[in-house]
Ligand binder design. Sequence first.
Ligand SMILES: [Zn+2]
Length: 671
Amino acid sequence: MSNPLLSRWDTPFEIAPFNSISDDDFAPALEQALAAHAAQIDTIANSSEAPGFANVIEALETPCRELEQVLGVFFTVAGADSNPKREELQRAFSPRLAAHFSAITANKALYARVKAVWDQRDVLDLTQEQQRVLMLTHRGFVRGGAALEGEADTRMQQIKGRLATLGTEFTQNLLADERSWFMELTEEDLEGLPEFVISAARAAGQEMGKDGPVVTLSRSLITPFLQFSPRRDLRETAFNAWAARGAGGGETDNRAIAAETLQLREERARLLGYKNFAAYKLETEMARTPDAVRGLLMDVWGPAKARADEDAKVLTAMMQADGINGDLEPWDWRYYAGKRRKAEHDLDEAALKPYLQLDRMIEAVFACANRLFGLEFAPLDVPLYHPDCRAWAVTRNGAHVAVFIGDYFARGSKRSGAWCSAMRQQAKFPQVQAPVVINVCNFAKGDPALLSWDDARTLFHEFGHALHQMLSDVTYESISGTSVARDFVELPSQLYEHWLEVPEVLQEFATHAETGEPMPQEMLEKVLGAANFDMGFQTVEYVASALVDLAFHDGPAPSDPMAKQAEVLAELGMPRAIIMRHATPHFAHVFAGDGYSSGYYSYMWSEVMDADAFAAFEEAGGAFDAERAKALEAHILSTGGSVDPAELYTAFRGRLPGVEALLQGRGLTAQ
Ligand SMILES: [Zn+2]
């Protein structure tokens, strides 16, 4: 019998035939698919025809059907519905896939043909999208080191290997430090802590074989402990241990690893012809240059610091009213901010939940997409990988657009968090292919299932990513949907979150599970007010980290990163009671791998854009302004990576994003 992962899928909308796939099919299917893809690459690399756009770039763009089918199904079930067998397969597949794809980038014959096409680009008469795909393909090879030869090539391989090792060591040291520290608590020490913190501390003690409760450095325990414990001495001890992760001296100290990592990154960038690592990293981002990143962060820094300084005064007064004199310290901030939040924004989560029924919120998500983009959703009865999954056929004016799958409930077999992925991406080459898009969340089951406010935001967020995939309208798959710069990819998702806050949406869909009454206006205002609470603190700790990350990579690598960090913070005038959200020895975003190195700014970059983009709707006449919706689809949701993101944004907004809407949204404007 043939392997169902490799055969052509004769199913509605060619959705994977989940009910006929067994776990034993994955390994042999992957081997055959990789062989098929390797053969495809070989044919392109070793062709005797003269290199041109069609036989090199388009040939690379031609999807390997077998490989896409196997990977699409496997990664869907491995993330959302795993089991021991699938975990074992994943461990075996990861290095296999990494080797397969890095062999393609390192293929010298293939690179020679890509370069030959790149060198002819001015005389090839390519469409704008073709020029972009050619540029991105060529750039991908060059950035991967394909153009290096001889000693430089050897050195690059050494650097890559060493950086991978350093990243792993950094992570392991951090985990070791987080696991080894604990503080035992007496029954007396528990006074004033809420029940959930006490039971978490008892559970942690039991797990460590202690007689009584303990505080550990697990974020879910230390953060509420710092927020709720009235014992200043205990808060100080716990805070100092938390802040010293990765810098304790001894074998798990990360400071030397950070220094060596920065040196090697700089050398790597220079080998590739860049002035420094930030220039190399930002080349592919919307921000483009370190100056653009710094400019944006500094625009936010001033108002955020001003707000934090004001808040520090309020918190200091609260502390003094408790009979404690002297300065507010970092271990005091969360405690007094928590007290202040309770006084100013007492939000009852339990009273809010009945207004946020999952099914009604899904209706809200679809209704907004209908009003904005004319999309319609019809339930689809097809076998999927788990009975909790639901599917819809998405159409517009009767024409098929996509299949959308929602897998909303938490279960043991699903990894944590929420995400959007495409089991098939939109493309028109070599033939039209409609996307199959899936949203995976971890909401609690119930009858009816009820969401927290954060859950509801997650629902809208992931659907924003789904819209970016479903409305994609490009020719080539490599630039389809969410295949865009990292500092651009969260724009559609974070932007869509704004529609949850539109009063008429809540009025219609946030109805009480028992009474059917819409959410009271007063409750909505409390929710929104609580979401903005302590934004001075949160913005300061984040922006300081982002600026240190940038300073590390924009210029010669510092031989002593800790000294550099201190220098940056001193220049900024960091408030004394706030520390970096992630200090260097435990800044995993930057040192556990390359992902967010000189890229930690991108969370705020996206937030600036989503606030600014939603303001465009408000300025035009409301959240459902038809012209704006049309522009959003034309310039952002349909275009994937086919155009430079700064150009796309400018086409939508008439200018580049400004920080005003973000400052207003975070409550950081002068009052
Ligand atoms: Zn996202």
